[in-house]
Write a protein that binds this ligand. Structure first.
Ligand SMILES: C[S@@+](CC[C@H](N)C(=O)[O-])C[C@H]1O[C@@H](n2cnc3c(N)ncnc32)[C@H](O)[C@@H]1O
Ligand code: SF4
Length: 464
């Protein structure tokens, strides 16, 4: 098990800070192509029913709507005040549930379920009940509270009655969007969220017996400084959520036009931003949180921490997860699934989503079928991102390759990282050091065959 300490080595961060993917999938989305459509997806999905052991399912539902637009946002969302849009959307989502449900055998339990967005709490409580009931008609949901059933909650769109309704329909995990408690920052990003609203959601979640509560924070936002963010962290630590996601604000106004409303001159300078990150890691670890990796922290007794300690952590499109063995079925516009050795993505906008379902077709518009080599590299990258270590013997046993021979070029590239103290490189494995933990993406990138071929590198945000 890797050491979970983090060391903040500014010189190395500067040296290695280049753009790179977050590896919620490998290969990453730029490799997906339109040659993989509904027919290919259907065939693969059906074939997974015949595999032994039969894998359980993980369901992801994308609810794209948001009441207002946060200027920083890089998520797939549609800003609207028109609540009737959700009525139409659900109508079509129900049709997709029927089509997808028919592909998978009835005895495949849903061990994991997630509603993401946009803002799933854009739906009212009746719509949430209807969506879960429709899901239960077509999939085998767990009714004993043992699944990992989570939802992203925006406190501006969720009162304590919403939280009670979520628990009642079967959710046991909440992830709550906060970003920053500072009013000036909130104003600059168009997300006015009084602290009382956030604390009301946290209190309600505790009352209702949610198993795990996570807060989303962001650093690098306009007007943030070490001093202001220290204040936000203090309040967060007081609330003591089980998990924290602390995201690096990716300022890419050419890709995300609403970010143009954030002025460059209001952003913290790179040194200040790095100092905020260093403070964050220091304060959270001092407060008892474990740095899981890739922006995530959790309390020592949280399932995520335990899964990491047992080498059972996994990574999927929602980030870190404790369920490794599921087929991920994704529903809703833009949603990305992972079924068998494939990835598949639904169309990104509502019109073609509705058109496909009107003609009784799955709205899959692109995807990717992994080769054996992709699967091997995916396994290597996943173990690195989750364990911060790699056991060459295990790779050889699982994949029937000679590690040193197969990854000769990669091992040569890792020498420099070893010399810089990011990793300890031995004959039969490698371990990421506390100095290397923040640069795990860079270490994983060494094993990315597509990046090695110099494809798509410019499309990602900076690592730190
Ligand atoms: C879909 S939102 C969460 C649910 C809900 N819409 C909300 O905002 O409360 C997912 C999270 O992504 C993060 N996020 C959004 N845009 C980002 C960006 N440009 N850079 C880094 N993180 C971002 C935010 O922390 C946000 O809470
Ligand atoms: S952060 Fe959440 S609420 Fe804000 S625009 Fe993005 S998805 Fe919508």
């Amino acid at each position: 098990m890797a050491d979970q300490q983090v060391e903040f080595a500014l010189d190395l961060i500067r040296k290695y800070d280049k753009s790179g993917p977050r590896y919620t999938s490998y290969p990453t989305a730029p490799q997906f192509h339109e040659g993989f459509g509904p027919a290919a997806y259907t065939e693969v999905a059906r074939a997974t029913n015949a595999e032994t052991p039969k894998r359980p399912l993980s369901l992801y539902f994308h609810i794209p709507f948001c009441d207002t637009l946060c200027f920083y946002c890089a998520c797939n969302k549609i800003a609207t005040k028109d609540r009737s849009k959700a009525v139409t959307y659900l109508d079509y989502l129900f049709r997709e549930i029927e089509l997808q449900g028919a592909l998978f055998d009835d005895d495949r339990t849903v061990d994991q379920l997630h509603w993401g967005g946009g803002t799933p709490t854009f739906l009212n409580s009746d719509q949430m009940r209807a969506l879960m009931a429709k899901t239960a008609e077509h999939f085998r949901l767990r009714d004993d509270d043992s699944g990992e059933y989570g939802i992203e909650v925006d406190p501006r769109a969720a009162g304590s009655d919403t939280i009670a309704a979520l628990r009642e329909v079967g959710f046991n995990r909440l992830s709550v969007g906060v970003q920053d408690f500072d009013p000036r920052v909130q104003e600059a990003v168009n997300r006015i969220q009084p602290a009382e609203q956030t604390f009301a959601v946290i209190d309600a979640a505790r009352r209702e017996g949610f198993h795990s509560l996570s807060l989303d924070l962001m650093y690098g936002l306009p007007f943030q400084s070490r001093a202001t963010f220290a204040h936000t962290l203090e309040r967060v630590i007081e609330a003591r959520p089980d998990r924290l996601a602390v995201f690096n604000y990716a300022h890419l106004p050419d890709l995300f036009p609403p970010q143009r409303r954030i002025r460059d001159e209001d952003l913290p300078a790179p040194e200040e931003k790095l100092a905020i990150l260093a403070d964050t890691i220091e304060r959270l670890t001092a407060a008892g949180y474990v740095y899981i990796g890739m922006d995530h922290f959790a309390l020592p007794d949280d399932e995520l921490t335990r899964a990491q300690q047992q080498g059972q952590l996994h990574r999927n499109f929602q980030g870190y997860s404790t369920h490794a063995d599921c087929d991920l079925v994704a529903l809703g516009a833009t949603a990305i699934g992972s079924v068998g050795a494939t990835y598949s993505q639904n169309v990104r906008t509502l019109e073609p989503y509705y058109e496909a379902l009107d003609s009784g077709e799955l709205p899959v518009f692109r995807g990717y079928e992994l080769t054996a080599e992709d699967c091997l590299r995916r396994a290597v990258i996943t173990r690195l991102m989750c364990d911060f270590a790699l056991d060459f013997d295990r790779v050889e046993a699982d994949w029937g390759v000679d590690f040193a021979e197969h990854f000769a070029a990669e091992l040569a590239d890792l020498e420099e990282m070893a010399a810089d103290g990011l990793i300890e490189l031995g004959e039969r494995g490698l371990t990421v050091t506390p100095r290397g933990r923040l640069l795990i993406r860079n270490i994983a990138m060494v094993f990315d065959a597509y990046l090695r071929a110099k494809e798509g590198a410019q499309r990602y945000s900076k690592v730190i």
